[in-house]
Design a protein around this ligand. Structure first.
Ligand SMILES: [Zn+2]
Length: 315
């Protein structure tokens, strides 16, 4: 009995040590780079670029909406322990931009919209009751949703690859090769979008929040959002009336909703104009079900394309 306890204690002690300090790696193998991405698409891009040399964590958990996410003390600890922090910027995650100045000097951070052709969007509907307008100078807010344009997403991959090279220059060729493979997939996705959306009977779609502005302008479509740049639980009644008018004017047969936000408002509008509802996923996060089903950026974007082609009657 006593021998068993002694052995157990020894095993527990070893396990505890193992958690605190990773087992020594073979000399040729440097430890993986600790990378933190603020939300799903950047997490996937970072995993693809970093490959076997990176341990990437997604800060916003499955099923959560990153626009209004509130970081936990554990998230803050994860950021402090990172070598590389990747965030979208352009006002998408103000909560992470607030934490950046407090991070240790050794943490490299990447604004994944740096240098991208950002546009300002109508923020008129972006401040529900109790919220302050995003921009106090009366200027329209920046639209952060660049990842939904497969062309701009390739530029985000370049920024991420450049950051990996900065923190780990010895593996430059690997990171650049991984990025090239991913960008080829995104270019093929762009080609499918171009081909499919080139011949549609309708060009205007009604969507939950204004996430698809870059995608719409890339492929010659017009987005009519129910909410502004962030999801809203209860858009103002005047806005709902305007959306109903637009849906009728454009003979919309589908009102799109999102996976991480209640479909209630989209359903109300759909009933009003006798349309169906369908998902158009802004990829701000995967649900636990999507994650379990092995969804990726490209599979979700292909599903979005099918959904758009259906709603816009593309041949
Ligand atoms: Zn959004």
């Amino acid at each position: 009995m006593r021998a068993t306890i002694v052995v157990l204690t020894a095993v527990l002690a070893m396990t505890a040590c193992g958690r605190l300090a990773p087992a020594p790696s073979p000399p040729a193998q440097a430890p993986k780079i600790a990378v933190v991405a603020s939300f799903y698409p950047l997490y996937e891009f970072a995993r693809r670029v970093g490959g076997e040399f990176a341990e990437v964590r997604n800060l916003v958990p499955a099923g959560a909406e990153p626009h209004d996410y509130e970081p936990t003390p554990q998230d803050v600890a994860v950021l402090h322990a990172a070598r590389l922090v990747i965030y979208n910027g352009a006002g998408f995650e103000p909560w992470i931009e607030k934490l950046l100045p407090g991070l240790p000097a050794g943490v490299e951070s990447v604004n994944a919209t740096e240098g991208l052709p950002l546009v300002r969007a109508d923020a008129e509907h972006d401040h529900g009751p109790g919220k302050e307008p995003k921009d106090t100078h009366g200027e329209k807010a920046l639209d952060p949703h660049v990842w939904l344009d497969p062309v701009l997403a390739q530029q985000q991959v370049d920024l991420i690859a450049a950051a990996f090279v900065r923190v780990d220059p010895d593996r430059r060729t690997t990171y650049e090769a991984n990025a090239a493979v991913l960008k080829d997939e995104l270019a093929a996705l762009d080609e499918r979008y171009r081909r499919t959306l080139a011949a549609c009977r309708r060009k205007t779609f009604i969507t939950s929040h204004a996430a698809f502005g870059y995608l719409a302008s890339r492929y010659g479509l017009t987005m009519v959002p129910i909410s502004g740049l962030s999801p809203e639980a209860e858009p103002p009644a005047a806005r709902l009336r305007a959306v109903v008018r637009a849906a009728r004017a454009h003979r919309a047969t589908v009102i799109y909703f999102e996976t991480l936000v209640s479909p209630r408002v989209a359903e109300t509008i759909a009933r009003e104009v006798r349309a169906r509802t369908a998902v158009l996923n802004p990829l701000e996060g995967l649900t636990a079900e999507e994650q379990a089903a092995g969804a990726t950026y490209v599979t979700v974007m292909d599903a979005n394309l099918r959904s758009l082609a259906d709603g816009l009657d593309c041949r």
